[in-house]
Design a protein around this ligand. Structure first.
Ligand SMILES: O=C(O)c1ccccc1NCC(=O)[C@H](O)[C@H](O)COP(=O)(O)O
Length: 213
């Protein structure tokens, strides 16, 4: 019998050097950095990661409807090799970015009417899906979606669960672990303010993951 893999944690929307280092002491599996100008978590044009950031924390650049050329330019010199595509990026662009050596997380914004047929064309073009709540903003809506919808998902691509996760609902999110759930993505639910993460909330989440997964 093979042991089930531990559910991973991604802390998204990091931007301030001291806060990045403080959060890194909890060793989340992923950290996300938002390269979208309209977000209050935008890292800026000339973003550089702090040198002390442990190499074992996977770094993710989050983009919304940017061209491949622009993504490659923005990532140049950052050492980031995973991208989260959070808009309406095509299968062709995912393949193009893969050819440039990037790992791909493709986001889908979920509401009650979401049809998982929409994810099928991406199956061979991405590494992971990320299911986030459809809302007013591209991301960071601070709302959960109806997770029962995920019972309709039967594809082989593992997914990140996102949207409104916090210390009060993360234990329930872990109940989805037999559904190809790969990672939990936290953002506004662990913040003092946009882009500034609350270390006590991250600590609480890490402890819940340790005892429940
Ligand atoms: O967080 C943002 O401001 C954001 C803006 C534009 C595109 C993506 C964005 N966030 C990406 C994420 O992966 C968030 O973690 C995800 O949307 C969930 O956020 P929240 O509902 O606040 O937990």
């Amino acid at each position: 019998m093979t042991a089930k893999a531990k559910i991973k944690l991604k802390v998204c929307g990091m931007r301030l050097a001291d806060n990045i280092i403080d959060v890194s002491t909890f060793m989340p599996d992923y950290m996300g950095f938002i390269f979208f100008e309209d977000s209050p978590r935008f890292v800026g044009e000339k973003f550089l990661l702090p040198e002390e950031l442990p190499a074992t924390i996977e770094r993710v650049g989050v983009f919304v409807n940017k061209s491949t050329e622009r993504i490659m330019n923005l990532l140049n010199g950052t050492g980031i090799t995973t991208v989260q595509l959070h808009g309406s990026e095509t299968v062709e662009q995912c393949l193009e970015l893969r050819q440039n050596g990037l790992e791909i997380i493709k986001t889908f914004s979920i509401d009650d009417d979401f049809n998982f047929e929409d994810t099928k064309p991406y199956v061979d073009a991405v590494d992971f899906f990320l299911f986030d709540t459809k809302g007013k903003y591209y991301g960071g809506n601070a709302k959960t979606f109806n997770w029962n919808i995920l019972t309709r998902y039967h594809q082989q691509v593992p997914f990140f669960l996102s949207g409104g996760l916090n210390e009060d609902n993360i234990k329930d999110a872990l109940l989805l672990k037999d559904m190809n759930l790969y990672a939990l993505d936290v953002n506004s639910g662990v913040e003092h303010q946009a882009g500034l993460k609350d270390l006590n909330k991250i600590r609480a989440i890490i402890n819940i993951l340790k005892t429940n997964s």
